[in-house]
Design a protein around this ligand. Structure first.
Ligand SMILES: Nc1ncnc2c1ncn2[C@@H]1O[C@H](COP(=O)(O)OP(=O)(O)OP(=O)(O)O)[C@@H](O)[C@H]1O
Ligand SMILES: [Mg+2]
Length: 236
């Protein structure tokens, strides 16, 4: 499906979002009025304590999950007004996601996993772009391996390559450097910043690491199910 954007400067927006898991005594208010604006073509980091709702908001903004109150927009499309099928298509065509747990397909090789979003959408791969991602992420010698034959850090990089392969309108990455040593982490962060600044790729990254967040253009700070504040980083 196509989506339009009048406000070209905002790639995605969450407004006063409430998300409650479970009901009754065991209900958890994972999001409690979360508001976050994601500028297009920029690199946004999301920080905050464990359990503060970061993954929940990423899933909601990516259309992976619905919300109980409030609004989520990608471009000008209000996800709450879409059917489940429409949401699936919007996700397929416009959103890349790096899961905290990677979610690679175990029976596919690294190369097949990376191309999967394009395969599913019936689109031809831009091989030059995929080659560039694979080279930047240092995955060239792992393309024929299946996830079980790769290290955690390699799997994580395959998940990042897969999220970027189709050049989606927006990429969400949940702790993409969590399993990487500092050198591989810095390479990945440099690549994400490059993708935003040189290629206009909108990127949202959850991280616990202040050094990783320093690569972003802005940092949203989560607390208790909402965004407590946003700080802008100096141009580097
Ligand atoms: N499927 C679920 N069912 C019930 N509760 C959930 C579910 N997913 C998340 N929660 C709860 O919602 C709250 C927010 O979880 P979330 O995963 O968004 O936190 P997070 O900020 O991403 O934490 P972390 O940094 O540990 O990944 C937590 O209290 C969590 O236990
Ligand atoms: Mg999380």
């Amino acid at each position: 499906m196509t989506i339009t954007s009048v406000r070209t400067d905002v790639a995605a927006l969450a407004r006063d979002v409430v998300k409650i898991y479970g009901r009754g005594e065991t209900a958890v208010r994972a999001l409690d009025g979360a508001t976050l604006s994601i500028p297009a073509g920029r690199f946004t980091a999301v920080m905050g304590p464990s359990g503060s709702g970061k993954s929940t908001l990423m899933h909601a903004m990516a259309g992976l999950d619905t919300v109980d109150e409030g609004q989520v927009l990608i471009g000008d499309t209000d996800l709450g007004r879409l059917s489940e099928r429409q949401r699936t298509l919007l996700r397929r065509d416009h959103v890349g996601f790096v899961f905290q747990s990677f979610n690679l397909v175990p029976t596919l090789t690294a190369a097949e996993n990376i191309a999967l979003p394009l395969t599913l959408a019936g689109r031809r791969a831009d091989q030059a772009w995929i080659d560039e991602i694979v080279a930047m992420l240092g995955l060239g010698d792992r393309l024929r391996h299946r996830p079980a034959e790769m290290s955690g850090g390699q799997r994580q990089r395959v998940a990042v390559a897969r999220a970027l392969a189709a050049r989606p309108r927006i990429v969400f990455a949940d702790e993409p450097t969590g399993n990487l040593d500092s050198r591989a982490g810095e390479a990945l962060l440099g690549f994400l910043r490059h993708a935003a600044h040189e290629l206009g790729q909108t990127i949202v990254m959850v991280t616990h690491d202040a050094n990783a967040a320093a690569y972003a253009d802005q940092v949203a700070h989560f607390a208790d199910g909402r965004v407590a504040g946003v700080t802008r980083n100096e141009e580097k």
